[in-house]
Ligand binder design. Sequence first.
Ligand SMILES: Cc1cc2nc3c(=O)[nH]c(=O)nc-3n(C[C@H](O)[C@H](O)[C@H](O)COP(=O)(O)O)c2cc1C
Length: 205
Amino acid sequence: MSVDSVEQSKIGAPSSGVEPLILKRWSPRSFSDRSIHPDDLKKVFVAASWAPSCFNEQPWRFIVGHRGDAIFDRIVDALIGFNKQWAGSAPMLFLTAAKKTFSRDGSPSEFHIHDTGIASAMLILQATALGLHTHGMAGIDKSKAREAFAIPEDFDVCAAWAMGYLGDPDALPEPYRALEKGARSRKPLEEFVFNAWETPAIFGV
Ligand SMILES: Cc1cc2nc3c(=O)[nH]c(=O)nc-3n(C[C@H](O)[C@H](O)[C@H](O)COP(=O)(O)O)c2cc1C
């Protein structure tokens, strides 16, 4: 299966009428060697900055490493299990962290991870628009990441992300090769859009 045919097979159902950019995004584990132009890299983080957030506090922080630099190596070091292997082939990795308290008054926020998730969503869609791919990772040793980057206690370490251009799926070992070529699936709306708890919403009259 070629890189192009994998790409085509991953596109979400166009019949849904959803924005093509959203349907085009997916999470590969195979990345090519091609590096990301600094202008494009900047754009994805500017896109993140335009995310909404509670009190416009913008609690997200990103720590960005490029393959070959010490920051990248430290992020790889904090990854767990197989993430360490496949993500190490991406041209860049970044960590997300979220400020636990509001800067306006020092009170605890319950929305910092939520808002960092929204910023990450904006970022990955902008990346998709630029022909890039992204892959989020929960499989990180958060204590290791915190120590490696001296992340203060007032921040939660959230996730790691790989970003780059799509690579050859056959470069992956099984079972990841099969996953890379496999179909994507989603829950039906009845399972998560309700009128009352666990009562599927009715759209229209
Ligand atoms: C916060 C978060 C954590 C994830 N953790 C991992 C991970 O540790 N390793 C991995 O291979 N994929 C990870 N994924 C990728 C998901 O498995 C993937 O997004 C999901 O299966 C849906 O596939 P799609 O993104 O191609 O639509 C993570 C995704 C997110 C958003």
